[in-house]
Design a protein around this ligand. Structure first.
Ligand SMILES: C[S@@+](CC[C@H](N)C(=O)[O-])C[C@H]1O[C@@H](n2cnc3c(N)ncnc32)[C@H](O)[C@@H]1O
Length: 215
């Protein structure tokens, strides 16, 4: 891959898939309805400052901006410039203003305590364990005291199908192993988050909420 296409990271980036990623997502029934529900669950309110980390083609950020309204500020960062280009195109097509920019979870380009809400969907399993830890510390840093995180990713499989799929297809990928072992809530607590809860289990994935304690 061309070096200019992505920032330097040990995370797995999907730049070459950027153009067909939305099609892929809609084919597996994952796109608008799903992201709208996630923006809802994230509790984004009018006027909020929101960051979507590993935003891919930006659909979640776009729904978050619908909720945050004109007075809100929504940003999305991704290591892949091609993903950011696609996210900007999607936002322009929908007439929504979201600040999509290149950026890494391990070095989030924002000041401390800046955001009310941070979200991240299906990106943490792209990171080796050390980067998951660093990334959670960074999210904690940019959230304001009392702000919260909503995370969607692979979790410990519950059903027999999930266990088969998880262990046969996903467990050989080093970066998904911590997810499958159910380690994400513990890693979030290690980074300082409180009230870490698995809100919902959805096929193969879980939705986790976590709070930065109030000052
Ligand atoms: C499976 S995609 C998920 C995209 C989107 N959030 C979604 O749910 O459709 C994972 C994304 O994480 C990005 N990524 C990988 N490593 C990263 C890092 N270190 N920092 C920021 N983004 C990263 C990839 O480029 C990719 O766009």
């Amino acid at each position: 891959m061309n070096e200019q296409d992505k920032l330097k990271t040990e995370g797995i980036t999907l730049g070459p898939l950027a153009k067909c990623y939305d099609l892929l997502n809609s084919t597996i029934g994952h796109r608008d309805r799903f992201f709208r529900e996630i923006a809802e669950l994230a509790g984004v309110k009018e006027g909020d400052r929101v960051l979507d980390v590993g935003c891919g083609t930006g659909i979640l950020g776009i729904w978050e901006k619908e909720k945050a309204g004109d007075k809100g500020y929504v940003a999305g960062i991704d290591a892949s410039r091609r993903m950011i280009d696609q996210a900007r195109k999607n936002a322009t097509k929908r007439g929504v203003e979201v600040d999509f920019k290149s950026g890494l979870i391990e070095d989030i380009p924002y000041d401390d305590n800046y955001f009310d809400v941070v979200t991240s969907s299906m990106m943490v399993h792209h990171l080796p364990l050390s980067l998951k830890k660093k990334g959670f510390q960074e999210i904690f840093r940019v959230l304001r005291p009392g702000g919260h995180l909503l995370l969607v990713d692979f979790g410990r499989p519950g059903s027999l199908f999930g266990k088969l799929f998880g262990y046969l297809l996903l467990s050989w990928i080093e970066s998904t192993r911590a997810n499958l072992k159910g380690m994400l809530p513990g890693l979030l607590e290690e980074a300082g988050f409180k009230e870490v809860k698995v809100l919902k289990k959805i096929p193969l994935r879980e939705i986790i909420s976590a709070q930065k304690p109030p000052a």
